[in-house]
Design a protein around this ligand. Structure first.
Ligand code: AKG
Ligand code: FE2
Length: 322
């Protein structure tokens, strides 16, 4: 079953009723779509082409990028590998990964592309974050955007999902393989550009069901991460989600780009009183330093790949959910 998430045209200011539906979507699903986002299909295709070139290299070559730039298969799952490009200097980050093996021209073109893509995604996150704040009342965006979110920064994960032939031919009953296990994101918000294969699934609020988030033409998927969940005192959902791959399908690999927009390490995350008061109960998240939370996640093998059971709920929630 798939969920019908609302779609927001992000090129113009959202009206009252759109802001209400934005807030509802963030509370119910923690996911929504945006269109007219300014990321051209052409740019995406180019990036995909370059990335495929990189993923197509031998394991030994790819490992030269270093553990902070490249995650090989069998870390998050046997089917998932990922290239990381970090801001604010996306150009330098991409270049430092590729320097190990790419020729100068490819290196240059890919790095330029990442720079442009990083800039656009950052602008998009700023816009979306302002809309999310405005959905609590216009006042909130004017009051808190600059002081609370002004120092946010982003990074990309370029993800390649493949099912090796030998796995595809195994005879057992399992038709779906987990490409990326159930997790929440550590970000404030994440923007996902998935291809048309599908496989992204979100947990329902009751914690039981799973719904497909289908690819939508020209639309990007946006989701709320742990940091914004804590900053809104748990009001906006940082939903558990995963990626499944269909066995015996001949569609080939799945490709996605995820952009994570996060507080800086020094930022103290603490929901403003008026955000807490706008919710149902009292304050349920203690204040914490963003960097301490990231270290908490990384100190645990599970947390590293953003698995369930080692999230901001476990780190900073002071009262059980009811
Ligand atoms: O590949 C996708 O569609 C989503 C990836 C994801 O959830 C992540 O990288 O955190
Ligand atoms: Fe995710």
């Amino acid at each position: 079953m798939s969920v019908e998430l609302p779609v927001f045209d992000i090129s113009k200011p959202l009206n009252e009723s759109s802001l209400t539906s934005l807030q509802d979507a963030c509370k119910e699903w923690g996911f929504f779509y945006v269109t007219n986002h300014g990321i051209s299909g052409d740019m995406y295709q180019k990036l995909r082409r370059f990335s495929s070139g990189v993923f197509g290299l031998g394991d030994e070559e790819k490992m030269k990028m270093g553990a902070s730039n490249y995650t090989p298969r069998f870390i998050a799952s046997p089917f998932f590998e990922s290239l990381r490009v970090s801001g604010p200097d996306y150009y330098a980050s991409a270049k430092s990964s590729l320097d190990a093996f790419a020729d100068q021209a490819t290196d240059e073109e890919f790095s330029e592309l990442m720079k442009e893509y990083g800039k656009r995604m950052t602008e998009l996150c700023e816009k979306i974050m302002k809309d999310i704040l405005s959905s609590f009342g216009d006042n909130l965006h004017h009051k808190y955007y600059e002081s609370e979110f002004g120092n946010c920064h982003g990074y990309f994960r370029i993800n390649n999902y493949t099912i090796p032939l030998e796995q595809d031919h195994q005879e057992d009953d399992v038709d779906l393989l987990e490409g990326l296990g159930m997790h929440t994101d550590m970000s404030c918000i994440t923007i996902v550009d998935q291809d048309d294969i599908g496989g992204l699934q979100v947990r329902t609020r009751d914690g039981i069901g799973l719904m497909d988030i289908n690819p939508k033409d020209q639309a990007l998927v946006v989701n709320v991460g742990d940091l914004l969940h804590a900053w809104t005192n748990g009001q906006l959902r940082s939903s558990q989600h995963r990626v499944v791959l269909k066995r015996h399908s001949s569609v080939g690999n799945r490709f996605s780009l995820a952009f994570f927009w996060c507080f800086d390490d020094q930022k103290v995350v603490f929901a403003p009183d008026e955000v807490v008061e706008g919710g149902k109960g009292g304050r349920v998240f203690r204040s914490f330093k963003c960097g301490d939370y990231l270290r908490f996640r990384e100190s645990n093998e599970k947390g590293k790949f953003e698995k369930v059971g080692h999230t901001v709920e476990d780190f900073a929630r002071t009262e059980d959910r009811n």
